[in-house]
Every structure is written in structure tokens, then in C-alpha cells.
Design a protein around this ligand. Structure first.
Ligand SMILES: *Cc1c(COP(=O)(O)O)cnc(C)c1O
Length: 233
């Protein structure tokens, strides 16, 4: 077995173990394998090991890599997880199934515009700022609610919102990490209740260092790079 296949197996085992321990439903947590800074060949190895969902945080890098992979007839799903500039939206919409890092209204408007042009439906997550050290994400709850309300009024017909994403603060203090994740879950529960015509169930939270806490706090998607592909250069 290749190193990547071995790592994948052990990460998936750990996810299933924590699901059980935390009384989560079996297979309720999806794995996004974060392949940023790793070559197409590593992604292909992971696909051959059964992984079909990947995350990339830079659009240009992702486009080159995933065009190459798809040209070989492989059909991985791709989530864009890094902060996105408006002028990269067109390419992001072309290559991704989901944009997890939607953190402002202008971005949603541009995603709708570009998705409409190619008649594609794209999923999004709302990235929320829940920890002190990461700067990305909605910081203003009213602004976030305003956007969700627009979605519930079908203002963006090519966009399907699926839930929320966050990054925990980079700290050894696990209580702060846990608090960041529970903040996102509470926000999801609140908005799901108000905007019940939408399905906002997804909670993308947890990386190599903190995904066990994230699963305990309700993550439905974990984004794991290093533990699968090794250290990035
Ligand atoms: C790089 C990255 C990850 C994965 O981080 P690892 O620590 O390598 O598992 C997850 N989420 C985002 C937004 C990232 O940029």
C-alpha cells in the first residue's frame, strides 16, 4: 500500500472511531482531502485508494492540477476552501463543486453571475470567523443573516447553500478550539431553524490537528491535508 493510501485508511479509521465515541451516526462525517501544494500524482494516488473528495485553497493551482486529473478520465469532487478574490471566482466556479470559503455578499453575487453564465449549479458554505487568529469569514452576524435571507428568497438561483465552515484559532488551548466549533454549530442550529426552507446542515470544521474535537462538536465535513499527504513545502 502507498503511504498516501495508508494515511487515508488511518485517518478514516480515526474519523469512524471518533464518530462512535461521540455518539455520532456512522458515516455522518465526510472527509475532504486537502491536496494544496501536493502534485496531481498524489491526488491520483488518493483517488485510486478510494478518496473522491478534495480541497484546494488556491484557485490557479487547483485548476491546473484538477484539469490534468480530469483529463485522465477521473472524476474527483473539489471544494475550494481558501479565501477567494473576486477575479478568481469565474475559474473557481468552473472547477469546483462547492466553494466553502464564502465570506461576503459581493462574492456570492459574483458566484451567481459566473455560475449563471455556464448554467452550473454550485454549492457554497458560509465561512464564519469564530477564532481570534484567523481573519477569514463573516464577522458580522447581521450581514451573514442578510445573505442567508437572500438565499432563502431565491435571489441566487444557481447557488445552493449547504451550511457553514470555520477555522479554529491556532492554539494549544483545546477549550478555545472547542468553543470555536461549538459557536459554529450553535449558529447553524439557529439559522437552520429560522430559514427552514434551506438545508444548512453542513458544518465544515476540523483539520489534521483538531478534527477529533470538531467531530465531537458536530462537524459533518473535516478538511485534512497533512495527515494524508504529509508536510507541505
Ligand atoms: C490547509 C487547510 C486545511 C488542512 O490543514 P492540515 O493541517 O494540513 O490538515 C484545512 N482547511 C483549510 C482552510 C486549509 O487552508
Amino acid at each position: 500500500m502507498s503511504q498516501i493510501a495508508e494515511n487515508l485508511k488511518s485517518v478514516l479509521n480515526k474519523i469512524r472511531t471518533v464518530e462512535k465515541r461521540a455518539f455520532r451516526d456512522e458515516n455522518s462525517v465526510k472527509l475532504v482531502a486537502v491536496s494544496k501544494f501536493h502534485p496531481a500524482q498524489s491526488v491520483i494516488e488518493a483517488i485510486h485508494a478510494g478518496q473522491l473528495l478534495f480541497g484546494e485553497n488556491r484557485v490557479q493551482e487547483a485548476a491546473a492540477k484538477f484539469d490534468e486529473i480530469r483529463a485522465q478520465g477521473l472524476e474527483p469532487n473539489l471544494h475550494i476552501i481558501g479565501s477567494l478574490q473576486r477575479n478568481k471566482v469565474k475559474e473557481a466556479v468552473r472547477i469546483a463543486n462547492c466553494i466553502e470559503s464564502v465570506d461576503r455578499i459581493e462574492l456570492i453575487e459574483e458566484i451567481e453571475k459566473q455560475a449563471a453564465k455556464i448554467n452550473k449549479n454550485i454549492e457554497i458554505l458560509f465561512e464564519v470567523h469564530t477564532g481570534e487568529e484567523s481573519k477569514a469569514g463573516f464577522t458580522n452576524e447581521e450581514e451573514l443573516e442578510n445573505v442567508i435571507e437572500l438565499c432563502s428568497n431565491n435571489a441566487f438561483p444557481h447557488i445552493t447553500p449547504r451550511g457553514f465552515m470555520t477555522m479554529a484559532p491556532f492554539t494549544e488551548d483545546t477549550s478555545l478550539i472547542r468553543k470555536s466549533f461549538s459557536t459554529l454549530r450553535n449558529l447553524r442550529d439557529k439559522f437552520q431553524k429560522i430559514y427552514s426552507s434551506l438545508d444548512l446542515s453542513e458544518l465544515s470544521m476540523g483539520m489534521s490537528g483538531d478534527f477529533e474535537i470538531a467531530i465531537e462538536e458536530g462537524a459533518t465535513i473535516v478538511r485534512i491535508g497533512t495527515a494524508i499527504f504529509g508536510q507541505r513545502n
